[in-house]
Design a protein around this ligand. Structure first.
Ligand SMILES: Cc1ncc(COP(=O)(O)O)c(C=O)c1O
Length: 283
């Protein structure tokens, strides 16, 4: 019998199960999961798995539209229907389907899916001999310079920004230095100098940032790639973000307090104009 899947209440053959391209689990890794073992047709440590699932959903702001009892019943039903004795139940809940945007979904309906698969036991020989392992640096997930789909922290940051009436979340490291924003690079103007954090492997190399730096090189404006702290940012004369959609966009308020005069500053306006003038040369 093929592996059985259950997605949003529909049971099907796992190989034929489909979820939407617009699912935020697919776009952003916006989801949580559990995997539990089935011994003699019965799921192992169900209550502990469900406790962890509930904790995980809460952490990433997924509000389930199913009760724990309904979920438990559906898991037991699927395991029974699979007729498997030694198996693994894989279960995941994502934020749901909606437009591809870091912003929260308007009416989120979480996608709940699970399947049951035969799980072969660890071969006796391996159990007797043990396994080999290597030791690697724990840098999960410390690769923000790669433009991956691993965007859950970014999407959550954007969500918190919007909950606070803000458009973007500017991110600060433990050591107080600003890195970038949830989906943009950050620039600040201190006096006559425009500054943006350097590409140190811990920020995304934005194409808009790159084009802005090329424009600055050709201009007579002073600029440098350097670190600045959140404290310095709060006292900057101007702040702006860059990304593909927003181009060069002034940040005029930080945590509810005005940046500079609280209106887009002259350097930001000039750079926006220079950027728009440069666009045709990249087409
Ligand atoms: C984390 C992050 N930084 C910076 C950027 C800006 O990149 P680009 O100018 O290529 O759009 C993005 C764009 O989505 C982003 O997600």
């Amino acid at each position: 019998m093929p592996d059985l899947a259950w997605v949003n209440g529909e049971v099907s053959n796992l190989l034929e199960t489909k979820v939407s391209f617009l699912d935020h689990g697919y776009f952003f890794g916006y989801g949580v999961y559990e995997a539990f073992k089935v011994y003699a047709g019965k799921p192992f440590a169900m209550e502990d798995h469900l406790d962890r699932l509930e904790r995980s959903m809460k952490e990433i702001r997924i509000t389930p539209d199913f009760t724990r009892d309904e979920l438990t019943k559906n898991i037991y039903d699927l395991v029974r229907r699979s007729e498997l004795q030694d198996a693994m139940v894989y279960l995941q809940v994502t934020r749901g389907v909606g437009p591809r945007s870091h912003s929260p979904l308007k009416n989120p309906k979480p996608t709940l899916g699970m399947f049951v698969s035969y799980l072969p036991p660890i071969p006796e020989e391996i159990r007797e001999k043990g396994i080999k392992a290597v030791i690697l640096k724990d840098d999960r997930w410390a690769h923000p310079f790669i433009k991956t789909l691993n965007l859950l922290p970014n999407v959550l940051a954007k969500q918190i920004a919007e909950e606070n009436g803000a458009y973007e979340a500017i991110l600060v490291r433990d050591n107080g230095s600003i890195s970038e924003a949830s989906s943009s690079n950050v620039f600040a103007v201190f006096g006559d100098t425009i500054v943006t954090p350097p590409l140190d492997g811990k920020i995304l190399s934005g194409i808009t940032r790159l084009v802005v730096l090329r424009i600055l090189e050709k201009s007579n404006l002073k600029f440098k790639e350097d670190y600045f702290t959140d404290e310095q940012l709060r006292n900057a004369d101007e702040v702006f973000i860059t990304n593909t959609g927003a181009e060069v966009l002034a940040v005029t308020s930080l945590d509810g307090k005005p940046v500079g005069k609280g209106i887009p500053g002259p350097k930001t306006k000039q750079l926006y104009q220079l950027f728009m003038q440069e666009v045709p040369s990249y087409l």
